[in-house]
Design a protein around this ligand. Structure first.
Ligand SMILES: Nc1ncnc2c1ncn2[C@@H]1O[C@H](COP(=O)(O)OP(=O)(O)OP(=O)(O)O)[C@@H](O)[C@H]1O
Ligand SMILES: [Mg+2]
Length: 255
């Protein structure tokens, strides 16, 4: 049986997150959260500010250690492992508050991601390829410190792609994009899924993007998972409307 067939048959999941908890002093930022992801999913992770979305991403990629719980990626237990080991296993994330080396060029910032698996020469070629993919080839030589926020978010995405991920966690990469830029990024994410088999978990406050892009949505509130389902289920879930959406929204709008 192929991996995908096994997943569809209800066997091993690509990512299995079980009862993960992270406390900061008296605050439980992520509280007993469990969910699973199939290969090729594009999962939306939504919720109010401070709900624990970035903390959950940090737990998954090893930047923060869970107090409790298990994370298994592609059959390998990675809960509490170092970020480099998790990136090598195929999971990486973009940073919400983009941390680029301001004095270095865009190309050099992106190249860093490729050094996990490649020589400098190969990493450079890969960086050029991924900058073109995110539509930034023309500014490869620009100083990263001179970029706009939307450009920086796309540089972050190119850098993450250079690590060769199987599962990519995107933390608000669409913030501050205009409609055209956002549609281009949605198209890129879909094509990476369709043509290269990548799997995504996407944190985003922009509901049109989330509702059109994702096949399943998980909702966090005060660290707890309060709902999980299709975009249509989530848009009409009274608990989600109450905690986050404010009113029911139209999921039929096309991207
Ligand atoms: N390193 C930390 N130390 C202490 N508290 C933290 C730390 N990181 C996050 N928190 C707290 O944990 C909670 C969850 O924060 P988190 O950044 O994960 O939320 P979020 O859902 O990503 O919010 P946003 O939509 O604003 O990005 C918040 O109350 C935050 O203040
Ligand atoms: Mg966040």
């Amino acid at each position: 049986m192929s991996d995908v067939t096994k997943e569809k048959a209800g066997g091993v999941k690509f990512l299995e997150v079980s009862h993960v908890t992270r406390r900061f002093g008296g605050l439980t930022a992520v509280n007993d959260v469990s969910f699973s992801v199939n290969r090729g999913d594009i999962i939306g992770l939504i919720g109010p500010n401070g709900a624990g979305k970035t903390t959950l991403f940090n737990l998954l990629v090893g930047l923060t250690k869970p107090n409790q719980g298990q994370v298994v990626l592609d059959g390998v237990s990675i809960g509490g492992s170092k970020p480099s080991r998790i990136a090598t296993a195929g999971m990486t994330k973009t940073f919400q508050n983009v941390a680029l080396f301001a004095e270095m060029t865009v190309l050099d910032n992106v190249l860093v991601g490729g050094l996990l698996r490649h020589s400098v020469e190969d990493a450079r070629a890969l960086a050029e390829k991924n900058l073109a993919r995110v539509g930034l080839a023309a500014i490869a030589g620009k100083k990263a410190g001179d970029l706009s926020f939307p450009e920086r978010a796309r540089v972050e995405m190119a850098r993450a792609l250079c690590t060769g991920p199987k599962l990519l966690l995107l933390d608000e990469v669409m913030a501050a994009l205009n409609e055209t830029e956002m549609d281009a990024l949605l198209e890129l994410i879909r094509s990476l899924r369709d043509n290269e088999g990548l799997t995504f978990i996407v944190v985003e406050h922009h509901m049109r993007a989330i509702m059109n892009l994702c096949n399943r949505i998980i909702v966090l509130c005060f660290g707890q998972k309060i709902a999980e389902g299709t975009p249509a289920d989530i848009a009409s879930d009274p608990a989600v409307i109450d905690a986050y959406l404010g009113s029911s929204i139209d999921t039929e709008v096309s991207a």
